[in-house]
Ligand binder design. Structure first.
Ligand code: CMP
Length: 299
């Protein structure tokens, strides 16, 4: 019996050969055993197997159980329909309880399909893990505190993480905008064009957000935003934000309050900003902005 191995990080495929019987069981176990401690997926390919006896079938069951204890999965591929011995291996595995409903071992026609399935599971797990990591971090952000854990996880799934080097422009005043940013690490500078010169309006840091004005009202970007340090952002687009607002309309109320304060600060920097939004001043501003957000998002 010889074995060929293909290694990935989380998975290994072992191509079994020859007759698997009590005489080769030890050899098989010695090769597979080290893989049981770390791998999340162990694929055993039977393309070149001539026979399997009951000793090996039980050994395979133990292997499956050891993997299951660690939440890892055993996969079989290329189980021959019938061995030279005339035995249907999948049915035989079913009979000895190795492959049955509720059992974690899975059967694939070909090694490639097993490898593909493993690849998909690994990608899926990475996606879930990323969403969970983001969800944890979103909890530290004031705006998302009212969201439940599941709402936060759903929101996190539509956030994409971006890195910006110090000095890089993230938003350019006057351009249309379709992204909203939350600062995960670092700081940004908000600058307003006043008569040809860029004037600093505000500096925002970890946990604060920007880009909400264009995203939430449909107006062009009201200011330029530059990374003041190397910085990491979570970015969400209109469709993603719509999901957050539908699940939690209170977020729109909080944002419209901050939006009103910022618009006010901008209008102090340049007179034409309230004109741009076609809005009056102070107290009416927040309500007007909230109305605008609700209508733009169809809430
Ligand atoms: P938006 O207009 O989409 O793009 C530029 C962003 O700069 C804007 O959204 C706000 O998020 C941000 N911004 C504008 N004015 C201020 C301000 N006074 N304080 C903080 N951030 C601001």
């Amino acid at each position: 019996m010889t074995l060929l191995k293909r290694h990935g990080e989380a998975s290994v495929a072992l191509e079994l050969q020859g007759s698997l019987f009590f005489g080769t069981a030890d050899q098989l176990y010695n090769v597979v055993e080290p893989e049981l401690k770390t791998r999340r997926f162990v694929i055993l390919d039977f393309l070149r197997v001539q026979s399997v006896d009951i000793t090996v079938a039980h050994l395979l069951e133990q292997i499956g159980e050891r993997l299951a204890e660690r939440d890892a999965t055993l996969l079989f591929s290329d189980l021959p329909r019938s061995l030279p011995s005339g035995r249907d291996l999948e049915r035989y595995f079913g009979e000895v309880g190795l492959v049955r409903a509720g059992h974690r071992a899975r059967v694939f026609d070909e090694l490639d399909s097993a490898l593909e399935w493993v690849e998909d599971r690994i990608l899926e797990a990475e996606k879930v893990q990323r969403a969970e990591e983001h969800a944890l971090e979103l909890r530290d952000i004031d705006l998302f505190r009212p969201l439940s854990d599941s709402e936060r996880r759903a929101a996190a799934a539509s956030f994409k993480r971006h890195h910006y080097a110090r000095g890089e422009r993230i938003i350019v005043e006057g351009e249309p905008g379709n992204s909203f940013f939350v600062i995960d690490t670092g700081e940004v500078e908000v600058l307003k064009n006043t008569g040809g010169a860029l004037r600093p309006i505000a500096r925002l840091h970890e946990g604060q957000f920007f880009g909400e004005m264009a995203l939430l009202t449909g107006a062009d970007r009201a200011a330029t935003v530059v990374a003041a340090t190397d910085a990491d952002m979570f970015a969400i687009d209109k469709a993603g934000f719509h999901g957050v607002l539908v699940a939690n309309p209170g977020v729109a109320v909080d944002i419209s309050r901050i939006l009103a304060e910022r618009t006010d600060a901008l209008s102090n920097a340049v007179v034409d900003v309230t004109e741009r939004f076609g809005l009056g001043s102070a107290p009416a501003l927040k309500d007007d902005l909230l109305k605008r957000i609700r209508s733009y998002f169809g809430l």
